[in-house]
Design a binder for this molecule. Structure first.
Ligand code: NDP
Length: 452
């Protein structure tokens, strides 16, 4: 049977664009791609990239105060949000252009409109036309999930943060995950009074307990008011902002309320279930290790599959899909030992198991140190760094590395190589320290602080 395309990709985010580009550019496949919003998807347009640029902007506040104590004569003024936002918008336009040119250069035909599944080999575009394809790749990503509460529409999500007309003076962040903690730190750095409600006992559920405590303590010391065991009940518009009632019976007024309460896979209205694609409990496309759905011609990658919601993982999944389907080399996606960073202030870099999860798995040794880094102790700041290794008693392998420190994201990338290679504690020990650095502590940890 003749198809219009060898591959049709729905969704122009990091995963979809990479798969389309590599299939077309490296295998000569005829590829179409539909994107209903801006090219680049969550990461480039409303996630990682603008977020990281806001992290940079927000870190200058502390940096300038530190500079003063280091002897610089600095006049600290306020943050000019419209000026920053204009530059940010320009940068996002530039990156979107890069993505479009990359697709164009690889020969991918782009449709700037929504596409849905019309059958196992056909997509229907918003303009009513249909396109047939031998393979269809669903790469539609995710969307902020918001709790169903009274006047919930008064709140914003991470999608809206980058378009705010002005900086809020008082912000309430709901949630305790990646986005909530990162946004709380960003706005705090930019001069907003930040309050954070988290329904559980400690922020950053699922991460290492000691690291979570360390970050929470640091965030609070730097002015963020964290209320654990607290959720939002209702909101109402009042003269001077948004009045919020909490589950603890208190009332507060804020200029903005940000829901950072998780993300839902974008599968609604795509017509997937009608044609036999299995959808899971959280709305995700269910796939096998080759990213294939229950319909053999339909594959899915990235956040829409709700496996690991990280850009580099979506890209890996896209590459593995092309390898499997277009290069005749079946390649399962390796989701083991993925390093990641939470861009709180200070950052948290992590790879492998938390102490709590490792303890469940096997007998372990825990090496951990918390200290004031040279950069901070010189100017008498109390900020401490945490360096932690979880080691298997039996194999001596390092099962987890946890770093809470400035630039921990940069450090964990390299520690991730060692852990992925199966490095043992003794491999770390025989590596010479780089002095004077913070990360040298990782290779000089002598005695376990506890075994479990
Ligand atoms: P997360 O799943 O990390 O966190 C969601 C938070 O919202 C949790 O604290 C959760 O509480 C809370 N929550 C969920 N539902 C409700 C509710 N109804 N009322 C109150 N609180 C609620 O999601 P995020 O939105 O922060 O991020 C989504 C994903 O994006 C992350 O999992 C991550 O993979 C990715 N991401 C990665 C980043 C990075 O690499 N630096 C940065 C940003 C996002 P509870 O813990 O009790 O479930």
């Amino acid at each position: 049977m003749d198809f219009d395309y060898d591959l049709f990709v729905i969704g122009g985010g990091s995963g979809g664009v990479r798969a389309a580009r590599v299939a077309a550019g490296e295998t000569g496949a005829k590829v179409g791609l539909a994107e209903e919003s801006r090219m680049g998807g969550t990461c480039v347009i409303r996630g990682c990239v603008p977020k990281k640029l806001m992290v940079f902007a927000s870190e200058y506040a502390e940096g300038m105060h530190e500079a003063v104590d280091y002897g610089w004569n600095v006049q600290i003024g306020g943050f000019d949000w419209p000026k920053f936002r204009k530059r940010l918008e320009g940068e996002l336009d530039r990156l979107e252009g890069v993505y479009n040119r990359l697709l164009d250069g690889s020969g991918v035909e782009v449709f700037a409109q929504r596409a849905t599944l019309a059958d196992a080999h056909t997509v229907r575009l918003a303009d009513g036309t249909t396109k047939t394809a031998k393979h269809i790749l669903i790469a539609t990503g995710g969307w902020p999930a918001v709790p169903d509460i009274e006047n919930g529409e008064l709140a914003i999500t991470s999608n809206d943060v980058f378009h705010l007309p002005e900086m809020p003076k008082r912000l309430l962040v709901i949630g305790g995950g990646y986005i909530a903690c990162e946004m709380a730190c960003i706005f705090n750095g930019l001069g907003t009074k930040v309050t954070q409600f988290y329904r559980g006992a400690q922020i950053l559920r699922g991460f290492d307990g000691e690291a979570r405590g360390h970050i929470s303590e640091h965030m609070q010391r730097h002015g963020i008011e964290i209320h654990c065991g607290t959720n939002i009940l209702s909101m109402e518009k009042v003269d001077d902002g948004i009045r919020v009632r909490s589950t603890t019976g208190d009332s507060f007024t804020f200029d903005e309320v940000l829901f950072a309460t998780g993300r839902t896979p974008n599968t609604k209205g795509l017509g997937l279930e009608e044609f036999g694609v299995e959808i899971g409990r959280r709305g995700e496309v269910v796939v096998d290790e080759y990213s294939q759905t229950a319909v053999p011609s339909v594959y899915a990658i990235g956040d829409v599959t709700n496996r690991v919601q990280l850009t580099p993982v979506a890209i890996r999944e896209g590459m593995a899909f092309v390898e499997t389907v277009f290069k005749g080399n079946p390649t399962p996606v390796d989701h083991a030992l993925i390093p990641s960073a939470v861009f709180t202030q200070p950052e948290y870099g992590t790879v492998g198991l938390s102490e709590e999860d490792a303890r469940e798995q096997e007998p372990i040794e825990v090496y951990s140190t918390s200290f004031r880094p040279m950069h901070k102790s010189f100017i008498e700041r109390d900020d401490r760094v945490l360096m932690k290794l979880i080691v298997s008693q039996k194999t001596r392998k390092v099962l987890g590395v946890h770093i809470v420190a400035d630039h921990a994201g940069e450090m964990i990338q390299l520690a991730g190589v060692a852990v992925k290679m199966g490095a043992t504690k003794e491999d770390f020990d025989r590596t010479v320290a780089v002095h004077p650095t913070m990360s040298e502590e990782l290779v000089t940890l002598k005695t376990p602080v506890r075994t479990a």
